[in-house]
Design a protein around this ligand. Structure first.
Ligand code: SF4
Length: 59
C-alpha cells in the first residue's frame, strides 16, 4: 500500500485512494489542481484532479 504521508500536501478527503489512512495528508509526491468553473471566485470552485475514489481499505 502506498501510504507515505507527504507533509507538504494536507488533505482531509479520506474517501480518496491516495489519502493517508490515519493522517490528514496525501500520499502522492505531487497532485494536480484545477477548476470546473469558467471564472473561479471561491475555493469551492477548485478541485483536486488527482482524486480517485477509495476502494475502502482505510475505512
Ligand atoms: S489525491 Fe487529492 S484528494 Fe486525494 S488524498 Fe491527495 S490531495 Fe487529497
Amino acid at each position: 500500500m502506498n501510504k507515505n504521508a507527504n507533509h507538504s500536501i494536507k488533505c482531509t478527503v479520506d474517501e480518496c485512494k491516495h489519502h493517508c489512512c490515519g493522517e490528514n495528508y496525501c500520499s502522492l509526491s505531487c497532485v494536480s489542481i484545477g477548476t470546473h468553473e469558467p471564472d473561479p471566485t471561491i475555493c469551492q470552485c477548485v478541485d483536486c484532479e488527482s482524486f480517485v475514489r477509495s476502494d475502502g481499505n482505510c475505512k
